[in-house]
Design a protein around this ligand. Structure first.
Ligand code: NAD
Length: 499
């Protein structure tokens, strides 16, 4: 049983609140550690430590700050196996998928090596007679990130890399379900040359989150997690005058047109629907075949592939397609929703509810489930399931398929599979969803573009990573400067114009 900690001022420190949460090994169901849950006083101590060092870090030239990230990238590659193992042990995802989690964060660290360029301001020479105007981007000061369990390496890095590269100090409150990797990342940042105190990792639950939301010295908050919590954090953070961006849940539709290459579409659905046991905000959870014949062909090819999926613990190596869910609660919730789908009249083509993993009977496994004939009013359609469950909604026409994606309250990702460029173009132009794939099932933008959904999948302005991240973690200051050559005319009483 491992006693876990916070990471404050460059060191691992024990919690003092006396409150803890269990950390499970999802494959065995055993408690493998306990993580301290910080009090408001512990959070404040982390903020005070950050405030003491942040001005010096902000004054460090941006090239030097970027070099820390350069070294960090090298160290992530050095420790890739160790990080992936720790991640899989607490999350349950397979080792190759855990490496993907680290790599998608590492790519954002790489992008942030370009901070000196990204932080360059704007300059207008001669905006008026003898007048220059320039804008600079200055760090907010202390920023914070509140992150979910499902990408314990990637999402913390999406937050702290740009914030720190821009000259901020950062308070990370990672998920209490899989807290080991964030601490390892913070240690690597110190090894890479980051001054102690610039990256503080404070473990905790609602109490620590509320302390972040109310702390007067924290100027910006980036959140990723479920939509109800995103809404709460957005509301409370904004009403406290902070800059807040919150990314929430999802229900991603994949439309399969009659002209789609069905083998490709089936491959895509199996990976995007069941990879990481469906615990991805960009997982495809709804398949929308257009036309009866397309639907019949899809189910016929898809069902045997879903039945053949290999489920197991991460220790089974490359032989496993996906692992267990993160907690017993998640397992119960997903199984309950599958029951509800059956009660409400959907056809359960592949039933994974009875799945038991030999030797791992107490693990939080759920077998792959495939539904057909799902309709708009069913709970399995309206709610985010976040498990290995794919729902098929049959659409008669392209317009009906489009309206399904458009009318759903979530708008994170979506995809269309077709051979027709005109349909694909129309779909990309009209759909009210933030990230669109054309014959690509999981269109997660690369580090130098930005990531974010629409509708109830995101609250606030600006996306994650890419140039938006540098806008979010900095403030613009615009200077209008005139250097008079001597005494000029007297005071001006009307608003100056440059015309
Ligand atoms: P969650 O909302 O339960 O937790 C996210 C964070 O909020 C954690 O750090 C947690 O400690 C904290 N938290 C939980 N309850 C809280 C409360 N009552 N008050 C204050 N803070 C609280 O989410 P999760 O289960 O860790 O992650 C899964 C969810 O995240 C899914 O809905 C998924 O779609 C979403 N997600 C979204 C994106 C995206 O970019 N849109 C990416 C990954 C995951």
């Amino acid at each position: 049983m491992q006693e876990m900690c916070h990471f404050i001022n460059g060191k691992r420190v024990a919690g003092t609140s006396g409150r803890f949460a269990d950390v499970f090994n999802p494959a065995t169901g055993e408690v493998q550690g306990r993580v301290p849950l910080a009090s408001a006083a512990e959070l404040d101590a982390a903020v005070q430590g950050a405030m003491a060092v942040q001005p010096k870090w902000a004054a460090t030239n941006p090239q030097r700050r970027a070099r820390v990230l350069m070294k960090f990238v090298e160290l992530l590659n050095r420790d890739m196996d160790k990080l992936a193992e720790a991640l899989s042990r607490e999350h349950g995802k397979t080792i190759p998928d855990a490496k993907g989690d680290v790599i998608r964060g590492l790519e954002v660290a790489e992008f942030c090596i370009g901070a000196p360029h990204l932080l360059k301001g704007e300059f207008t020479d001669g905006a008026g007679p003898g007048i220059d105007m320039y804008s600079m981007r200055q760090p907010i000061g202390i920023a914070a990130g509140i992150t979910p369990f499902n990408f314990p390496a990637m999402i913390p890095m999406w937050k702290f890399c740009p914030a720190i590269a821009a000259g901020n100090a950062f308070i990370l409150k990672p998920s209490e379900r899989d807290p080991s990797v964030p601490i390892m990342l913070a240690e690597l940042m110190i090894e890479a040359g980051l001054p102690a105190g610039i990256l503080q990792v404070v473990n905790g639950d609602k109490e620590a989150v509320d302390a972040i939301l109310d702390h007067p010295e924290i100027g910006a908050i980036g959140f990723v997690g479920s939509t109800p919590i995103a809404e709460y954090i957005y509301g409370r953070g904004c009403s406290n005058g902070k800059r807040v961006q919150c990314f929430g849940g999802a229900k991603n539709h994949m439309i399969i047109m009659p002209d789609a290459d069905m083998d490709q579409a089936v491959d895509a659905l199996v990976g995007a629907g069941y990879g990481a046991a469906g615990e991805r905000c960009m997982a495809i959870s709804v398949a929308v075949p257009v036309g009866e014949e397309t639907a019949n062909r899809l189910i016929e090819k898809l069902a045997p592939r879903v039945e053949a999926l290999k489920i197991g613990p991460y220790t089974a190596g490359n032989d496993v397609d996906f692992g267990p869910l993160v907690t017993a609660d998640a397992q119960r919730r997903v199984l309950g929703l599958v029951d509800r789908g059956v009660e409400q009249g959907a056809k359960l083509v592949v039933d994974g509810r009875g799945f038991k993993m030999q030797g791992y009977e107490n693990g939080f496994f759920v077998g792959a489930c495939l539904f057909d004939n799902v309709t708009r009013d069913m709970d399995i359609y309206t709610q985010e399931i976040f498990g290995p469950v794919l729902s098929t909604v049959r659409a008669k026409t392209y317009e009906e398929a489009l309206s399904l994606a458009m009318d759903h309250e979530y708008g994170n990702g979506t995809a269309i599979f077709t051979r027709d460029g005109d349909t694909a173009r129309d779909f990309a132009a009209r759909v009210n969803v933030g990230m669109v794939g054309i014959n690509v099932p999981i269109p997660v933008p690369l580090a130098y573009h930005t990531f974010g959904g629409w509708k109830k999948s995101a609250f606030g302005d600006l996306n994650q990573h890419g140039p938006d991240a540098f806008r979010f973690y900095t403030r613009t200051k615009t200077v209008t400067a005139r250097w008079p050559s001597g005494t000029k005319e007297g005071a001006e009483f009307s608003i100056p114009t440059m015309g």
